[in-house]
Design a protein around this ligand. Structure first.
Ligand code: FAD
Length: 405
């Protein structure tokens, strides 16, 4: 071990941290702990995604937007990690709005809205690739061990024991540690156990919208993007929307966000689907292709969206939660993972400030994070209305005013 720690270079006695969940946030946390000279063990429910391809990824969108908040948390722990992640991202300089037939008095075509007047941009990253890069990085640390296909079953935070089950053999393993970090996602078991030890406020909402993933393939012949590859494309339709995010392989990962009743309206036939797309997204059909649209639509599940707020995020000096385990949010601000990465950076700022008083560090982390996490959660909820509706209304009003001049 290097003995390096963010903000503290003095080697400290080896303590053991157990990280529950090896998703993007847990993996980044493992790197922070290892660089702070902890012995680290990561326990992950699923198989190693690097050996099992995308099957091992859970039902999360294939790519995601990574912005300053997330990138900064990578840079703080290692600028080389940031460099490696950035190499495989696509800059998105703005959003491109694709109005419906009834907007803009029948005019079609996309309209670019820059994200920043100074030209700054967000990036699109392949979720699986990002997770794999992080796993590769932590595997290279001499003081990190990763255990796949091992699920948390029980946490005793006073005895500092965790019980895991090996999925293949059903064998139970008891692990003693100084500290437990719950990074096991929205349906966190770690959070569930933490609730037994703290007076945790907890609020969970499923919104009235489901999502389904589709894909725009690269252009035949050129292999390039079919529409502008440096924008996040949005087809806002007031009650629902379709979005497309560019990927490094020149595909667009698309998401259809709609209340259940519209999925019901489509029904279970290709004709129903094509009629719906012809009515609401006619310009999307040639981008995906009729056959692929029908195949992908009926193959991919429609999935719910959950929003969770809770606090506090810790117990004494023994346990904390980060990422979706602490604050799952609806994806409309593109900040879930970014905020999770920021949790890790902020947690370590507090640990570095109080290296000999972990209870105080965790308590400060809970206090500071609650305000920010709850706010980003609310902003994400509000941005759904912005994306599916206001983007057009504002444009419409603007165009109308311009035409009346
Ligand atoms: P997860 O990614 O859920 O990882 C948790 C890990 O814990 C998993 O690997 C799981 O297998 C493991 N686990 C679960 N239970 C156990 C157990 N009992 N024992 C051991 N391991 C366990 N965020 C962005 O920043 N930008 C975006 O553009 C964006 N787009 C999104 C689009 C959609 C449609 C959705 C649904 C989400 C989006 N998000 C986005 C949010 C982002 O996906 C999450 O915030 C992020 O994945 C959270 O990471 P995590 O590591 O905290 O949790």
């Amino acid at each position: 071990s290097t003995g390096n720690s963010p903000g503290n270079s003095t080697p400290r006695p080896q303590k053991k941290a157990v990280i529950i969940g090896g998703g993007p946030v847990g993996s980044l946390a493992a790197l922070y702990f290892s660089r702070s000279n902890w012995d680290v063990e990561v326990y992950e429910l699923r198989s190693d995604p690097r050996r099992c391809g995308t099957q091992a990824l859970d039902k999360k969108s294939i790519n995601l937007a990574i912005s300053e908040r997330g990138l900064n948390s990578l840079k703080v722990i290692d600028p080389l990690l940031l460099e490696e992640v950035m190499k495989e991202t696509v800059p998105m300089t703005g959003r491109c709005i694709h109005p419906g037939k009834n907007d803009f008095r029948g005019k079609g075509g996309g309209e670019s809205q820059a994200y920043d007047i100074h030209g700054r941009f967000i990036r699109s990253a392949d979720r699986g690739r990002l997770n794999n890069i992080l796993l590769d990085w932590i595997e290279r640390q001499p003081n990190v061990k990763i255990f796949f296909e091992t699920a948390l079953k029980r946490l005793d935070l006073d005895k500092k024991d965790a019980e895991f089950e090996k999925r293949s053999t059903k064998e139970t393993i008891t692990v003693h540690a100084d500290f437990f970090l719950g990074s096991d996602g929205a349906h966190s078991q770690a959070r569930r156990f933490l609730q037994r030890y703290t007076l945790m406020d907890y609020e969970q909402v499923y919104i009235d919208t489901l999502w389904k993933e589709l894909e725009i393939p690269p252009e035949e012949g050129t292999g390039g993007f079919r529409i502008d590859g440096n924008h996040l494309h949005i087809w806002p339709r007031k009650d629902f929307m379709f979005i497309a995010i560019p990927s490094p392989d020149k595909t667009f990962t698309c998401t259809l966000f709609m209340p259940e009743r519209f999925f019901d309206e489509i029904g279970d036939t290709g004709e129903g689907l094509l009629a719906f797309f012809n009515r609401h997204f006619p310009d999307v059909i040639p981008l995906i292709g009729e056959e692929k649209l029908v195949t992908d639509y009926f193959r991919n599940s429609k999935l719910p969206l959950i929003s969770i707020k809770c606090s506090p995020y810790h117990y004494k000096d023994t346990c904390a939660i980060v990422g979706d385990a602490a604050h799952a949010m609806v994806p409309f601000y593109g900040q879930g993972m970014n905020a999770g990465f920021e949790d890790v950076r902020v947690l370590f700022e507090h640990i570095s400030a109080h290296p000999d008083n972990l209870s105080l560090a965790l308590s400060n982390y809970s206090t500071e994070r609650k305000a920010d996490a709850h706010t980003i959660n609310d902003l994400a909820m509000r941005n759904y209305i912005e994306m599916r509706d206001n983007v057009t209304s504002r444009l419409y009003k603007f165009r109308k005013a311009a035409e009346e001049l």
